[in-house]
Write a protein that binds this ligand. Sequence first.
Ligand SMILES: [Zn+2]
Length: 261
Amino acid sequence: MMLRREFLLGTLCLFLPSYSFANSDKVLIIPGHDKHTIGTYRKGIGAEYELTLKISNILYTKLNGLEKTIARQENYIEEIEHFRKNNYLWLKDTVINARNSFVEERGNREITLKIKSAVDSYAVVAWAHENKFSCMVNVHVNDARKKDRYQGFTIITSNENKGFKKSRLLAESIYSSLKKEFEPSNNPAETKGFMVVNTILMLGTKYLKNSIPSVIVECGYIGQDYNGKKINDPEIQNKYAALISKGIESYFSSNASQVTL
Ligand SMILES: [Zn+2]
């Protein structure tokens, strides 16, 4: 298993005069889902957890001048696995509390998170928090119940995250970068591809006390057509990764990341 981590080289700034990244800027890239949860799947295109890994790995190589970590390859990186094992009990308690409050508030008993998967996800968030990451970028691919009815990318943030102000700035930055090449979602529920939600575990919630700016990027719909190409095509993945990385870089270089919460 590979632990991929790179640190900002002081000399790199000499070649990037317009950027002013702080030494402490650390980005956590989280490829959505894993081999247990899989995510969405489409025959002939693939499973979401594999597609998100491919886009995330390209994003990792494209992201310049920032310290960066990718949360998993096939498995989560050792540091995260280790953290989850050592903190399992309180992580599980927190997840159960969050779920209970959620069900209580919304009165929707249909919503049942699988505890193990939820703990796996939350371990990443809690680990990022403990290791003082500057932001988390969750990479996903969307799907709709009525197949191929919708298309376009969506950026999601949570207003329950204590870092919401920064999350929104990060989301806006990635949104305007993606919009240069891709159409935002035409699904009315996704409000023109820019969504603010309450509770999503990976974005942090008031129960989970997460304050790291965090966004979910839905890289279009899994069945979406890009002039004959699909999301499993390296060219499309490359385009998404390049634009997301530009969005992250301009969030940091514009000092949006320095906004006081
Ligand atoms: Zn997903």
